[in-house]
Design a binder for this molecule. Sequence first.
Ligand code: RIB
Length: 321
Amino acid sequence: MGDILVIGSMNVDMTIRVKELPKTGETILARNLSFGLGGKGANQAMAAARLGGKVRMLGCVGDDDFGKKHAQALREAGVDVSDIKTDRAISTGSAFICVEENGGNCIVVSQGANLSCDEDYIKSKREVIRSAGIVLVQMEIPQKALYRAILDARAARGKVILNPAPAPEHIPDEIYRGLDYLTPNETELMKLCGMEGEFSGGTWDGQAIQEGARRLLEKGVGTVIVTLGEKGCGVFRKGHAAWFPAKQVRAVDTTAAGDCFNAALAVALAEGRTEQEAVEFAICASSIAVTRAGAQESLPSRREVEAREGTLPFRAMAQRF
Ligand code: RIB
């Protein structure tokens, strides 16, 4: 299936580790602040390259040190960064990340130069988009640009994977119809299909997840993969549902675990693996990422994932859907 094109955000991550995430109105103390390269787009491009994919990236940075570091790190990992845009008028995007003891996190992104990844820029890269085998996108760049990219990729028969993070209230039906894969987590799934009120976040509810996936399939998505953290993931296609267990590990930091999952899925599909094999590969990769701190620092190599693949007796539970 060929090359993977990642289109998305590039941030500098500022992370603090705390015992528990603060509640509204609360002040809490943390020991230290660490800086790293992040952004869902850059993380996915980096992860896909480490996992052996042939990767190109579209995204925007500011004319600052972080922007330069991004380009250098991705280039060293083997990502083609020749189309990344530098905007001299605005600084590289940034993310403020709080990680609690059990590895859970909350993130606020200040978009910065990611806003320059706009429709005009995407239009100027039409041929790059049309020539990609797989286009992998998330939602930290302007929506109009993102939707333009999806429609262009679709018209050229590239496979499209949308990781809807952060999830918007609404995605146009025309865009849903252009997606081969949609990969929300539980919270994103509930937001996308308007079921937030019916779902108490954090409490696993298989029925609600199936109902949410069904609503998205009805809109024309090819396959919905709902990532469920330590509970694995659910894969839904018309007439078919399968639940994949996760590898049980001690989570240190879940930042970029979803990015790692999506990148691994793209790499395995690009290699022509079956959907089941691709999901298993993605679970293995992300189960390594959660055991390490940071975003890009946590992303595993191909060799590490292959070693873990051998240790996993996958017993996906399939059912009619
Ligand atoms: O998915 C993790 C990423 O989300 C972080 O690296 C942060 O930059 C935000 O984009």
